[in-house]
Design a protein around this ligand. Structure first.
Ligand SMILES: CC(C)(COP(=O)(O)OP(=O)(O)OC[C@H]1O[C@@H](n2cnc3c(N)ncnc32)[C@H](O)[C@@H]1OP(=O)(O)O)[C@@H](O)C(=O)NCCC(=O)NCCS
Length: 145
């Protein structure tokens, strides 16, 4: 083995992202649809950011998109391991989409501060829906160890 191998290994390891946490959620689309129909903007504005609302309302099946974002936010909460406790709110977690459709996460406020505290630099998220359910899985990663 080369004498500098341990040093090189340490250098390489420092470039490998580390999984800090994993979370998933599944939600009935009908449940979200019912809440939107019953509480309209009060519900929507409490859970979703303006950009998320714009995205969902443009979709042909908007309840699927709203439910997908609900599941995604819950999945991120599971990565954090806190639940929606005081100081961490639904609007702290924003799920937007690249031009390709791929979703990504913006995190801010209390949730952002907590993520930083536990060493998460970035979240990865994936969403899927069928007629009845929406599901999402999230991973929290640390880039600079
Ligand atoms: C990604 C893709 C395989 C989704 O598969 P699907 O079985 O039809 O739908 P699912 O319910 O499983 O998944 C839908 C979710 O996939 C995610 N998604 C969409 N495009 C994606 C992509 N390029 N990469 C990763 N995830 C993607 C989104 O989160 C979407 O939900 P949302 O719109 O509520 O955010 C399909 O949309 C696809 O092939 N897209 C190709 C790119 C494309 O058509 N782009 C046009 C976007 S305007």
């Amino acid at each position: 083995m080369r004498r500098d191998a341990p040093y090189l290994n340490a250098q390489i390891e420092s470039l490998i992202p580390v999984v800090v946490g994993l979370g998933t959620d599944i939600v009935e689309i009908a449940r979200i649809a019912k809440m939107i129909e019953r509480h309209a903007e009060t519900f929507i504005n409490r859970i979703y950011t303006p950009e998320e609302i714009k995205y969902c309302q443009k979709r042909k099946h908007c309840y699927e998109a709203f439910a997908g974002r609900w599941a995604a936010k819950e999945a991120i909460m599971k990565v954090l391991g806190t639940g929606f406790v005081k100081g961490i709110g639904w609007l702290d977690i924003e799920i937007l989409n690249e031009k390709s459709g791929q979703p990504f996460v913006n995190i801010r406020g209390g949730a952002g501060e907590y993520a930083e505290k536990i060493g998460i630099d970035e979240f990865l998220i994936t969403i899927s829906h069928c007629k009845a359910y929406a599901t999402a899985t999230a991973i929290g990663i640390r880039n600079d160890i």
